[in-house]
Design a protein around this ligand. Structure first.
Ligand SMILES: NC(=O)c1ccc[n+]([C@@H]2O[C@H](COP(=O)([O-])OP(=O)(O)OC[C@H]3O[C@@H](n4cnc5c(N)ncnc54)[C@H](OP(=O)(O)O)[C@@H]3O)[C@@H](O)[C@H]2O)c1
Length: 382
């Protein structure tokens, strides 16, 4: 069978949300992963297929793409696989979307700009909520400024029931909270000291929250695309509610994020794999609802006067998508951007972040259709 899309990481949180959105938009999807326990319902749909692939076997990636006959590759797998998946896309001449690569992987991804351009394909990197929605909101706002001095951005979320559920990939969260964050100051990337670069902010729909500087790809891509506006400072801040960050910090302090092997009853296992397996079993409690505020604050000069703009995207648990919580803003957003590629709405070839190529009007309209609302200084757009 020829599928419209192939989704690597199709068994994960974001991949399965993306698959459902694509199916509901009328497309067929080949899902790729190792453990299909979380997608049994999706696989009942006749427009889905499943391939078991361990992405550490890089030659299998190209084979899977060929087997699916899909036009567009959607990469929702762990970010360590972004570059190998991109290399397979160059060989098969398929365009690809992904969910971003923090700082190190993003830098490696942009090195493939020319091979992508020569192959006549595109990689849009960072197509979720953040990176993703925030990048397009920043582009929308930047255009209205004469010059921009500082951009602060990030996410904050909370839930009605204060129980721990896995917010998104624990592997990425552990990396984000243990690697020293990178900020941008006067043309240089600066390594900050972890957990000391923090503050308390008040967020609409979420409330007061402590936010921490973490390493994220927007610091890199904004510095690249908004340079001509005089941008001097970029800070990325993450906000987890108290009941969630407490559990994450405990896991880190106890070493459950370690990639070291341990021996249990004679068998060798990687501690992080064990942690992931255990955490995957956590169910979303009945009646559990989330609200997330994706935010970008810009400071600069507008019409020759000092100005500040605040862009927000407010996302709440949507009826019928309860298990996805606020993750709809990542899984459904990569579906929107992948559909834009399939419809030929993005013509550029090479490697780009969303702020460089996504037309914001149709994009915001698609978000609104899915109950994700964008605000410009408190005024709803669309
Ligand atoms: N841009 C954004 O807004 C945003 C937001 C959230 C997350 N993310 C990123 O999106 C990515 C996925 O996050 P998630 O929340 O969906 O995490 P998740 O639920 O843990 O999913 C991870 C996926 O990667 C797959 N995977 C891992 N190792 C693999 C291997 N060796 N071979 C084959 N597949 C493998 C998993 O497959 P199996 O389970 O079948 O092994 C699973 O499908 C992460 O890199 C995360 O940083 C981005």
């Amino acid at each position: 069978m020829k599928y419209d899309f192939i989704i690597f990481g199709g068994t994960g949180q974001q991949g399965s949300i993306c698959a459902r959105d694509l199916l509901e938009s009328g497309y067929s999807v080949m899902l790729v992963g190792r453990d299909k326990s979380r997608i049994r319902n999706l696989l009942k749909n006749k427009k889905t297929g499943f391939l078991r692939v361990d992405l550490r076997n890089e030659s299998e990636i190209k084979k899977a793409i060929k087997k699916s006959h899909a036009d567009i590759v959607v990469n929702c797998a762990e970010l360590v696989f972004n570059v190998p998946i991109m290399k397979a896309c160059i060989k098969t001449k398929k365009s690809v979307t992904d969910l971003g690569g923090l700082q190190k992987v993003t830098v490696e991804q942009f090195k493939l700009h020319n091979p992508f351009r020569k192959a006549g394909i595109i990689n849009v990197t960072g197509c979720g909520s953040t990176p993703g929605i925030v990048n397009v909101m920043a582009k929308y706002a930047v255009e209205k400024f004469d010059s921009v001095d500082t951009i602060m951005l990030g996410f904050a979320w909370n839930s009605n029931i204060k129980k721990f559920v896995v917010p998104y990939s624990m592997q990425s969260i552990f990396e984000e909270l243990t690697e020293d964050p990178v900020t941008y100051h006067n043309g240089n990337f600066v390594r900050e000291r972890r957990m000391t670069c923090k503050g308390t902010l008040n967020f609409r729909e979420v409330g007061k929250q402590t936010v921490y500087c973490i390493v994220h790809s927007e610091v890199y891509s904004f510095s690249k695309y908004f340079k001509e506006k005089g941008l001097k400072k970029i800070h990325y801040m993450a906000g987890f509610p108290e009941h969630s960050i407490r559990v994450i910090e405990t896991l880190i302090n106890l070493g459950f994020n370690s990639e070291k092997k341990i021996r249990v009853n004679g068998a060798e296992i990687i501690l992080l794999d064990f942690t992931n397996k255990v955490l995957k079993r956590i169910q979303v409690p009945k009646g559990y609802k989330e609200a997330e505020n994706l935010w970008v604050s810009l400071y600069g000069i507008k019409n020759r006067e000092k100005a500040k703009t605040e862009m927000n995207c407010i996302v709440k648990t949507v009826k019928g998508w309860e298990d996805a919580g606020s993750n709809v803003d990542t899984g459904r957003t990569i579906s929107i951007i992948s559909q834009m590629l399939k419809k030929g709405m993005i013509k550029e070839k090479g490697v780009f972040a969303p702020e460089a190529v996504i037309p914001y009007e149709p994009f915001f309209k698609e978000l609104t259709k899915r109950k994700m609302y964008v605000y410009d200084n408190g005024r709803k757009i669309n």
